[in-house]
Write a protein that binds this ligand. Structure first.
Ligand SMILES: Cc1ncc(COP(=O)(O)O)c(C=O)c1O
Length: 487
């Protein structure tokens, strides 16, 4: 749902986006010239250009050199249907498929459509490295010690400052720096649950979160989830009535793998429902900064006047997966979080925290995020085009408004576990659907990561994957599919 425009260029962009949605501006046709738009809307050329750049970021327009802007040719494959898990608490099994996928995550010989890792080429690594080197050079010896239990104050202040932009009030002292969002989720869960408890989650959900539940001996209660609107509130209400639920764990925005984001009024309704049942919410906001729309969606904790939400996030998807810096925040649960942090890893490494604090303070993060969002929106759009042309008829694909993964539901004849092994033989990696469910659902689904960005190898690998999937349905591979494996 489009949000109200705050700036003139956003209003102009929304006008064009509406024209595309209602078919007035057809895919592939030239968009009105900047001059025409400026005149019609009685605005400046700069504002018109800003509006078009925003639409480009969102994958709605494409700039073509020397020809102007065109409406993007986004093929309209249907979105996956709302999922229907059983609403029974399930123990999480260790997934051998997941371990195989992780083994290939950093192997450059494989086409990297598997793990949701941003390509180092898209990250501002050189600048970050300089800041890390300077921190080490200037006061290295004084940094070779333990961080305070909460983590470095400089970083916590920068994180709290940024959160204010989307009206999230995080006091620096309520933040605990962690080893990535993974540790944040583990600390949050151990603060509010006991072994044997049940945690309500989106289905499908990020396999790493499932493994944290497993490690803490928690059961997963998978909720029906819509690829656009997020979890079903009715199903959550029924589950809360039917059995004790110790916590609810949801993505703040752009869930991995579906890409769904709940509308703000649904987030508020969910918070009210959980408050009635006194169930804490743990939210995972690792993808929040990668929004293709004008505004960053607000996390649940920004809407939660009752302070029942534990907020988890990290820099892994936008800046530095290798630094392993994340954070967990909650005033109400801070003592438990600190206790769990102490028991788990005592403190986070100092230098990566200081480098990130300096990076944020330097003001370069916003420009970096703009480039990153544009790259991911463009990659997902191109991937969707290839999927429409090369995957078997009947394939459905998510249309996320942020993040960098796509979720595909293939015809039932395709078992993506078999497809996974077949694709590995050809050095193509992707994430099979079953790893995203505690109960092993989604055998005909898969997740593709667009984290690498777009290049000829990704395109070739994706076409080949489509041809392999098509051969499992008995459909002929598309004539465009290459006969040999990509390297
Ligand atoms: C939804 C989600 N949460 C958490 C993580 C893990 O984040 P980190 O690398 O910061 O531990 C991932 C990584 O793929 C993820 O997709």
């Amino acid at each position: 749902m489009p949000q109200p425009a705050r700036f003139r260029y956003e209003a102009v962009a929304e006008l064009i986006a509406q024209g595309v949605r209602d078919g007035t501006l057809a895919p592939g046709t030239r968009a009105p010239s900047l001059r025409a738009i400026a005149q019609q809307q009685r605005t400046s050329l700069t504002t018109a250009l800003q509006a078009y750049r925003l639409l480009e970021d969102r994958g709605i327009l494409q700039a073509r050199p020397q020809s102007g802007f065109f409406v993007a040719d986004v093929p309209r494959l249907p979105a996956p249907a709302t999922t229907r898990p059983s609403l029974q608490p399930t123990e999480v099994a260790l997934s051998a498929l997941m371990l195989t996928m992780l083994e290939h995550a950093s192997d450059e010989r494989y086409v990297p459509l598997g793990c949701a890792i941003p390509s180092p080429a898209l990250l501002d690594s050189a600048k970050l490295d300089r800041m890390l080197a300077r921190s080490a050079r200037v006061r290295g010896a004084t940094h070779n010690t333990y961080s305070p239990p909460r983590g470095e104050a400089a970083l916590r202040i920068e994180i709290a400052r940024r959160a204010l932009r989307w009206s999230q009030q995080l006091a620096p002292d309520d933040i605990v720096i962690t080893c990535g969002a993974t540790e944040a989720l583990a600390l949050a869960l151990s603060a509010v649950t006991q072994p044997g408890d049940t945690v309500a989650i989106e289905s499908p959900t990020y396999f790493g979160a499932l493994q944290v539940l497993r490690a803490l001996r928690l059961k997963a209660l998978e909720l029906p989830t819509d690829a656009r609107r997020g979890v079903s509130l009715d199903a959550l209400a029924a589950a809360l009535e039917a059995q004790p639920v110790a916590a609810c764990l949801l993505a703040s925005s752009f869930n991995n793998p579906l890409g769904c984001t709940m509308a703000e009024h649904d987030k508020q309704a969910l918070l009210a429902l959980l408050a009635t049942h006194r169930v804490p919410l743990i939210e995972d906001d690792v993808y929040g900064d990668i929004h293709f729309g004008a505004e960053r969606p607000r996390p649940f904790s920004a809407l939660d006047a009752g302070d029942r939400t534990i907020y988890c996030a990290s820099f892994s998807k936008t800046l530095a997966p290798g630094y392993r810096v994340g954070w967990v925040a909650s005033r109400r649960h801070l003592p438990k979080l600190l206790e769990a942090k102490f028991a788990a890893t005592l403190a986070a490494p100092v230098l990566p925290q200081l480098a990130l604090a300096e990076f944020l303070a330097s003001g370069g993060y916003d420009a970096h995020l703009r480039r990153l969002r544009r790259a991911f929106a463009d990659t997902l759009r191109r991937m969707t085009e290839v999927i429409a042309a090369h995957f078997p008829a009947g394939t459905r694909v998510s249309q996320p408004a942020g993040g960098f993964v796509l979720w595909l539901a293939l015809p039932k004849a395709v078992d993506t576990r078999a497809l996974f092994h077949r694709a590995l033989e050809e050095r193509i990696c992707f994430a099979p659907g079953v790893v995203f469910s505690a109960a092993g659902r989604y055998a005909n689904c898969l997740r593709l990561s667009g984290g690498w960005g777009w290049d000829a190898r990704i395109e070739k690998g994706l076409r080949r994957l489509g041809a392999l999937a098509a051969s499992m349905t008995g459909q002929l591979p598309s004539p465009g599919a290459p006969p040999t494996a990509p390297r």
